[in-house]
Design a binder for this molecule. Structure first.
Ligand code: WQD
Length: 353
């Protein structure tokens, strides 16, 4: 049975991906330093899958010895690398913390992957690499704009690192045709748009520490009474209702895209050694549309106000997901309403309601 290492696997997206990998028949090893989560989601993964034998290693991927030790203990066929800090605003205030953590952790994974027989690496990237653009929807060929935050820059740099590592491995392979393909790494970068929602079981979901930066957890915490009022950052944008447009992708749909990508790598279906896929719905939704949908599907009234724009926000971005639809055989399936209902069910679950 093929084994996948999920670094950052106790987190929001990592835990949903772990569930889908296990459902698809993979062995999974979860590594996480618990800097941005607790064990709630990992416990939920065990309940959902009925598996309490999932190896969990509490470790920091910035610790090269710990990463090497993990690879010496487990034969790893593919890595899905989530372990990174991801708060845009915090990255602006603390750039060194972000570059150190997000780059070192990835470099350690790549180093260990190469040393221990080579494997396939799936990198958790982000639509933030496209920056502000008015050429929408964005395809994988759309140019990356200069990053608007150190967080976004670490995503661009890690994509380039993976591309160069794969190119070097291909070069190695070309130099010595037929040689042992040890150390050859194939890579895929998945560029997510805006992941939202929770598992239908309401046993795993988003657990932001402190005040949520992202829209949907702020909405659900306002609805449950943890927050007083949602501020909609700007209603004077050049969009139909004045609020920003985003491509909100359900986290379970997103997790299934990872399973499709791992299968593509392990089943030798890749056409290039390094491939990029946009993982989105292809449907732009405004902040106000999302708020109205949340109220409607959950039968409640949300307390919100219009506030000034937030620095660094782009007006609009959404995906052209055609390549993922075609090459991965993957398509977003859950409706926005289903996703927002799952987000609300999760918030009520963690509030014990
Ligand atoms: C969405 C919209 C806000 C909060 C970022 C990262 C991306 C990924 C997802 C990590 C914007 C508005 C938000 C609030 C609001 N990061 N908003 N009130 O900024 O599109 O993307 O998070 O995985 O890489 O760039 O997501 O949810 O913060 O904002 O009005 O309280 O909601 O202005 O228009 P964003 P977001």
């Amino acid at each position: 049975m093929k084994r996948v290492l999920v670094s950052g696997g106790a987190g929001y997206i990592g835990s949903h991906v772990t569930v889908e990998l296990i459902n698809a028949g993979y062995d999974v090893v979860v590594a996480d330093n618990m800097s941005n989560c607790d064990l709630t989601c990992f416990e939920g993964v065990k309940k959902i899958t009925g598996r309490d034998d999932i190896p969990f290693i509490e470790m920091d991927c910035c610790d090269d010895a710990a990463v090497a030790d993990l690879f010496s203990k487990y034969r790893i066929d593919a890595v899905i690398h989530f372990a990174a800090f991801k708060a845009v605003g915090e990255s602006v205030a603390e750039p060194v913390k972000y570059y150190r953590n997000n780059l070192d952790s990835f470099l350690n994974i790549l180093e260990a992957a190469k040393t221990h027989g080579g494997c396939n690496v799936l990198f958790s990237s982000s639509a933030t690499v496209y920056g502000e653009t008015d050429k929408l929807p964005v395809t994988e060929e759309s140019p990356r704009q200069p990053a608007t935050s150190p967080y976004g820059n670490t995503k661009q740099i890690c994509e380039d690192i993976l591309r160069d590592v794969v190119k070097a491995a291909a070069g190695y392979d070309a130099m010595e045709p037929g040689a042992d393909r040890k150390g050859v790494v194939k890579g895929i970068a998945l560029r997510y748009f805006n992941p939202i929602g929770a598992h239908p079981s309401a046993l795993i979901g988003e657990l932001p520490r402190g005040v949520p930066n992202n829209l949907v957890p702020y909405i659900t915490q306002t609805a449950i009474g943890k927050r007083e009022c949602l501020s909609i950052f700007g209603n004077d944008y050049p969009t139909p209702d004045g609020t920003c447009l985003r491509d909100y992708i359900d986290v379970v749909d997103l997790a299934k895209a990872h399973v499709a990508a791992v299968g593509r790598m392990l089943d030798g279906k890749m056409e290039e050694s390094y491939e990029i896929f946009n993982i989105g719905t292809g449907r732009p939704v405004s902040v106000l549309e999302l708020v109205n949908a949340f109220e409607k599907v959950n039968g409640l009234k949300l307390n919100y106000r219009f506030a000034p724009r937030r620095a660094g926000d782009t007006t609009a971005i959404w995906a052209d997901p055609m390549r993922a639809n075609r090459e991965l055989g993957w398509k977003a399936e859950r409706t926005l309403e289903e996703t927002l209902a799952s987000a609300w069910a999760w918030e009520k679950h963690i509030a014990g309601k």
